[in-house]
Design a protein around this ligand. Structure first.
Ligand code: INI
Length: 167
């Protein structure tokens, strides 16, 4: 009989950080509201949620690295919005952000305790697409990244229990 390890959406143990870029704030603040709402509705206390803001998506990887290295958090949700329309350096900003957050997520998974890092950065061709993904037609990607974070926090907790380590 195989053993299955799955994350779930039961109230997670530990503290959460939401790292949000201010650029395109009318979108990113909606993502942040979705993230806070999803954490609270899954049983995370307000006192266990910290929100960090940085200037733009390009700055997110550095911020997330510092936040994960503080070892205070079971989960970190990253939120931003890169919108192509009229932005010549869209590919650089979006590419560096995705690569940097990916590297931090990879390292943080191996930390003690492990920290789950999830990606709620929108990369859109138009403002309309961004609005749709920030709570209008296509759900709220901040909420989706938060659900993924809860799932990974609970999965890492199960793994840690199997390995007999603290986190
Ligand atoms: N930052 C974003 O978060 N989204 C964008 O769409 C964007 N555009 O279009 O330029 C953007 N630029 C700012 C960038 O993230 C940095 O804050 C800036 O380059 C200073 O380092």
């Amino acid at each position: 009989m195989p053993r299955y390890f799955d994350g779930d959406y039961l109230p997670p143990k530990g503290r959460f950080a939401i790292c949000v870029a201010r650029f395109n704030g009318f979108i990113t603040e909606e993502l942040a509201k979705g993230a806070v709402d999803t954490l609270v509705r899954h049983g995370v206390a307000d006192a266990d949620i910290d929100v960090y803001r940085c200037p733009g998506t390009y700055e997110l990887p550095g911020l997330v690295r510092r936040v994960t290295e503080s070892r205070q958090y079971a989960g970190v949700i990253t939120l931003g919005a890169v919108i192509r329309g009229g932005t010549p350096h869209f590919d650089y900003v979006a590419g560096e952000c995705a690569k940097g957050i990916g590297q931090v997520a990879f390292s943080a998974a191996a930390g003690t305790p492990a920290t789950a890092v999830t990606f709620g950065v929108l990369t859109c061709d138009t403002v309309e697409q961004a609005i749709d993904r920030a709570g209008v037609k296509a759900g709220n990607k901040g909420s989706e990244a938060t659900l993924a974070c809860i799932e990974m926090v609970n999965l890492y907790a199960k793994l840690a229990a199997t390995e007999g380590r603290k986190g």
